[in-house]
Every structure is written in C-alpha cells, then in structure tokens.
Design a protein around this ligand. Sequence first.
Ligand SMILES: Nc1ncnc2c1ncn2[C@@H]1O[C@H](COP(=O)(O)OP(=O)(O)OP(=O)(O)O)[C@@H](O)[C@H]1O
Ligand SMILES: [Mg+2]
Length: 418
Amino acid sequence: MTDRIKVLIVDDIPETRDHLSKLLGFEADVEVVGAAPGGPEAIQMAASVKPDVVLMDINMPGMDGITATEKLAAEVPTASVIMMSVQGEADYLRRSMLAGAREFLVKPFSSDELTASIRQVWTREKDKQSRYAPIVAAAETGHAGSGEPAMVAAVFSPKGGVGRTTISVNVAVAAAQAGKKVCLVDASFQFGDVGVLLNLNPRNKSIADLASELQQGENYDSLDGFLVTHSTGVRVLLAPPTPEQAELVNGAAVKRVLEMLRNEFELVIVDCPSSFNEPTLAVLDEADMILTLLTLEITSVKNMRLFLEVCEQLGYGPDKIRLVLNRADSTLGIRVADVEHSIGRKVDHTIVSDGRSVVYALNRGVPFFVSNREAQVSQDIQRLAMAVTGPPPTPSSSKPTERASKAAAKNKSIFAWR
Ligand SMILES: Nc1ncnc2c1ncn2[C@@H]1O[C@H](COP(=O)(O)OP(=O)(O)OP(=O)(O)O)[C@@H](O)[C@H]1O
Ligand SMILES: [Mg+2]
C-alpha cells in the first residue's frame, strides 16, 4: 500500500504503548513508525520519522502531553495530534485544542474509535493540503484561475447572543438581492434560528434528513430537494427541527454537504453555534473565511482572545479570520481601541446597533435588509457583504501563506457590486 498513515505513539506506560502498537498492527492502512515514553523523546523522534498522526497521552511525568503538543506544532507542523486522556472534561478538551490537538479520545476507547479517529484526522489534513497546493501554485504563478466554486463564509463567535444569525441572514439576503446565487446553512444544529428570522416552515426538510440519507450511502448530484427558497432568492438548508436530531449531523456529514454546496452556489454562508464541537470545527476547517463576531463586552473580548489562539494552533492564516464588531456604537461597553489592544489585532468591520430595525424585523420574520434598506445597519451589512465577496487588497510584502490565502480569496471574488 503506497499511502499508509504513519503513526507515532507517545505514552509513559510501556504496556499502553505495546497495546496500541499491536492494535494498530492489524490495520493495513496504518504504520506505527515509533513509540516514545515522553514528550522530549516524541519531539526528537517526530523530527526524524515525520509521522502523519501522533497519539499523545495527556498525563505524562516531566513534559505533559499538552506542552509536548505545543512544541510539536512548532517543530513538526505536519504531524496531527490526537490527545488521549482518562479525563473527558471540557477544560482538558479546550486546553488540548489550544495546544493544537486535532482530536480528543477519552480512555478507555475501542479499537474502532481509535482507527476511525486516526483516519478522520489524516483525511482532513490531506484534504486541507490538497486544497492549499493549487492555491499556492496559483499564487506563485500569478494565475488566479476562473470558474471557481463558491466561497464558504462561516459566521462564528465564541460567545452566544452576539448577532451571528442576524448577520448571517442579512448578509445572505444582501448578496442574493445583488442577483447572486446564495445558500445559507443553519449550522446551529441544536437551536437553529435562521428559519424563524426568515419565517420559514419548520416542517421543511433539514440538514438532519440530508445527513442521515448521506450516511445510508445516498448520492446526490444536487441538494436542491433539501433546500427551502426564501422570497429574496436565498436558498436555505435548515437546522434540524428538534435538538435531539442534531446528533445525526457529524463533522464528516457537514464537510460533505459544504463541498456539495460549493459546486452549486456562488456564496455559502454558514451560521455557526458558539460551541466548539466537532461539526463546528468541520465548518471552520471547510470555510474560506470566518467572520468572527464580537461585541463591546469584556466576556466577548476574553473569549475572542482564546479563539484567536485556537485559530493559530489550527493553522488558520490571519486572512481567514475577519473580525466583525457588532453593535459597535454601543456606549455602555468598553472602547473599540481597548478591544483591539486586548486581542492584539484591528477590527475589520463594524455594524451599528439598531434595536428598533433589528428586533422589529426579527419579530416579523422579515430581514431588516429588506424592510429597512435605508437604515445605517443595512448599509453596514451591505458593506460587509461587499467585503466578503469583493477583491481584497494585495500588499506587495505578503508572506507565502498570506499570499496563498489572498489568492484564494481573489479566486473566489465573484461579485461585481454596484
Ligand atoms: N446590530 C444589532 N443591533 C441591535 N440588536 C441586535 C443587533 N445584532 C443583533 N441584535 C439582537 O441581539 C440578539 C441576538 O442576536 P442573534 O440571535 O442574531 O445572535 P446569535 O449570536 O445568533 O445568538 P445565539 O447564540 O442565540 O445563536 C437578538 O435579539 C438580535 O435582534
Ligand atoms: Mg444564532
């Protein structure tokens, strides 16, 4: 087999290393390239054997798994870490993600769980590399290409209630009203609000129907039958009607759905939840751009700082993240300059606060971009939609990775706004 997944095992307990090696020895597509008893040995070994995946124990004497993962991310960035822990608490998960781990397995786990995680992490990484390769090539030769698939823009915030759904819906409508083919995906799978803001019948099909059919091996040339059409022309893939059905939608399904939508639309906007779970990570990975929302509140700023660190660990370039300050003119909070100072980067876009237009529109189920086109908040949305889809500036001194994502954005700049 040509393309075996090279795995390095890191655990201080010899029996665990042996057991994992034996388990993986049965897998034809996996090759154990080494087993290290601790963090320093793992880093040294990884530098020479260049593993695709590192199985890392979190609790080890001396250098723990989190520190080792951080160092590994700097020294062998092509290695994806799967963290293993007997504790499954959110704090462990969060710290692992911050350190750069791509998956988290709670011990004891079955051999099926282990191999599924290894394959999933590896496929995701390969996929990402193959997506970047042509972009880098295009950036280097200066040919942006044409007829590219849609831009996928995720609207995310590490804090709830900051206006993600409001902005997703109105940006989608602004783009559709400019005559573009737009799909809006409600990825708040448990408590999706897009259907409410657009006054759509919840009995329509949702992503839960689609995900379960895809899992049963169904193939579709078009997802048309699963989309609802809003009067503005925006096509909507609704969230499941009940929270339990959210379970049906995993990261793999999300990824597949977004790939399919890319080929059918010019712009795909994804309204994300604030939770950092596997399906959300799949959206963020798949997105070309993450519109990251914050407000002038200390909790919003604190979470944003953590999120930006996670983005760095996940390898998202600075151009992928756009900071959007919602309710930017709110006088009760902290100052914009303080926010920028605290998170160490400038806010890219601002949206004014306009409770009258926004809440009135929400309660009527008509987007304010339609009902109050002249309002400042609608003009801010228009400007944001233009920024999402228009050509970004290309400074002469970009680094290669920045150049690559700029070329990607340029490739996907499909809108001619008037
Ligand atoms: N620019 C704005 N001006 C005034 N009110 C706003 C603005 N943006 C959002 N809101 C209000 O803030 C509330 C939260 O907005 P929204 O539901 O869009 O946030 P969310 O981030 O999607 O929240 P959730 O965590 O529930 O998904 C709503 O009542 C909305 O009307
Ligand atoms: Mg929402």
